[in-house]
Design a protein around this ligand. Structure first.
Ligand code: B12
Ligand code: SF4
Length: 410
């Protein structure tokens, strides 16, 4: 059997389908991963028996159109959708033969009558990188899931949908290092929602990684995880940059998004420890959370300025389907609830029911946020209009941020 897995872009590795490709191959079948453009050009020749689409919110239409085009082609195929959007918003997929919710490895193995099954993360073969040749930066994932329940994030809903799965499952540290050594990248990018939550795991990883791989790496952490010991372990294992999410400087909004157990002090402390060991901090923020005022968002900017991160990354809140916060937005009338309105990125605009003036202020603030942090300047509310602030400032700052996050890579 021939399986074609289609993703929107292959600019970076897409671990989900790479794991599925390994499962397909382990079952003795053929598998290719293509981006949607490549698939358009070659699907007719390849004649897959099964097409699997990996879909995030904002891209349903793109894949539905592709699927519609292939339906006219003179070979018979089965269409399967998976990934976050079909998992949380299956209503949008009447065009698919199968909707796979959650992790796809066991579904795929069963469908292909494989003699293998995957009860643990360590039993899944390493992701298949064949269709991602010559990448200098390689993605890895050491754990799946998350212990926390931020209400805007998919993980809290995921935990309810799949109660049989432990909230966090972590791979054997040695196996992760073996995979990295065998892959031999120039830079390692860990895609874990929250890297090395378990400090004992981090101790072991740090030791093994330093002695066997020692390749510069990037990972995601929560600010309240960064203490003296973890910062040192990160440094010792050649971590060069981390992303930490502050999200908001406002305690009121923090409670709303279920992060009431953290505070700004955690971010200041994290920033100090990381700086001490020369690990670049990328601080993440969300503007225009439900009920946020522009003053709240300017206060978030102020907190970032105090932290002095290497890059202050910020997005505009989008109510992703089935998240607790999206449900609250619909219930409270902050959002009309038309999820097809959500675009394929979270940088451009707020889709909430706020005034046009507020939308403009937020969009402008998003574009200048990093620049203000870099320059350590606070804009005035009246500066937050399109006339005053060109978009290029944001573009320039993102490039600077990426360069700092991935030293020597860009
Ligand atoms: C890496 C990453 C990216 C990368 C690459 C994404 C990719 N295609 O792999 C980039 C940078 C491109 C990206 C972009 C965005 N991302 Co992103 N991203 C992630 C991240 C951190 C890791 C993904 C990963 O590798 N997971 C590990 C693998 C093993 O799991 P998986 O990808 O979910 O795949 C499994 C299942 O979903 C399923 N599956 C997946 N595809 C398929 C297909 C078939 C046919 C089947 C059967 C099963 C199946 O099986 C896989 C194996 O078990 C996740 C958070 C996370 N930890 O998962 C967020 C996440 C997926 N991203 C998210 C968001 C919001 C975005 C953006 C909208 C952000 C933005 N820039 O505006 C954009 C999306 C733009 C777009 N629509 O194209 C949300 C998804 C929300 C949603 N409802 O879609 C997540 C869940 C983060 C969050 N905290 O909410 N992202
Ligand atoms: S936002 Fe981060 S910490 Fe919060 S639930 Fe999601 S992955 Fe976990």
């Amino acid at each position: 059997m021939k399986v074609l897995l289609v993703v929107k872009s292959k600019a970076i590795e897409t671990l989900g389908v790479m794991y599925l490709a390994s499962v397909v191959k382990q079952a003795g079948h053929e598998c290719r991963i293509m981006d949607i453009n490549e698939a358009r050009l070659t699907v007719r020749e390849y004649k897959p028996d099964l097409i699997g689409y990996s879909i995030m919110t904002g891209d349903n239409k793109l894949f539905a159109e592709f699927d519609n085009d292939t339906a006219m082609m003179p070979f018979k195929n089965l269409n399967v959708v998976g990934g976050p959007d079909p998992t949380f918003f299956p209503e949008g997929y009447d065009w698919a033969d199968y909707i796979v919710k959650g992790e796809g490895e066991n579904w795929m193995a069963e469908y292909l009558d494989s003699k293998y099954s995957y009860p643990t993360l360590d039993s899944i073969p390493w992701p298949d990188r064949t269709d991602f040749p010559n990448m200098r930066i390689r993605d890895f994932i050491a754990s799946r899931g998350c212990n926390w329940n931020c209400s805007y994030c998919f993980n809290s809903t995921w935990n309810k949908m799949f109660p049989e799965l432990a909230r966090v499952r972590t791979r054997d540290a040695k196996d992760v290092v073996n995979e990295i050594v065998a892959t031999d990248p120039e830079f390692v990018y860990f895609q874990d929602s929250c890297f090395a939550v378990n400090i004992a795991w981090m101790r072991e990883f740090s030791k093994v990684y330093r002695s066997r791989a020692n390749i510069p790496y990037h990972c995601h952490l929560r600010p309240n995880m960064v203490n003296e010991e973890r910062a040192l372990l990160l440094h010792d294992s050649n971590c060069v940059s981390v992303k930490c999410a502050l999200e908001t400087g406002s305690n009121r909004l923090r409670k709303l998004i279920n992060r009431g157990h953290t505070n700004n002090e955690d971010a200041y402390v994290a920033a100090r420890w990381l700086k001490k060991w020369d690990i670049k901090l990328i601080l993440q923020n969300i503007l225009a959370l439900p009920t946020a005022t522009i003053k709240d968002d300017l206060f978030t900017l102020e907190v970032n300025i105090r932290c002095k991160p290497a890059y202050a990354w910020c997005s505009i809140f989008q109510p992703y389907p089935a998240t607790e916060l999206a449900n609250l937005c619909v219930k409270e009338g902050y959002y009309k609830g038309d999820f097809s309105e959500i675009g394929d990125n979270f940088f451009d605009k707020s889709v909430l029911e706020i005034t046009e003036e507020h939308k403009e202020q937020v969009a402008v603030l998003q574009r200048i946020f990093a620049f203000c942090v870099e320059m350590q300047v606070m804009p005035k509310i009246e500066d937050l209009t399109w006339e005053r602030l060109p978009k290029f400032v944001h573009e320039v700052m993102r490039k600077i941020g990426d360069k700092r996050m991935l030293p020597g890579m860009l």
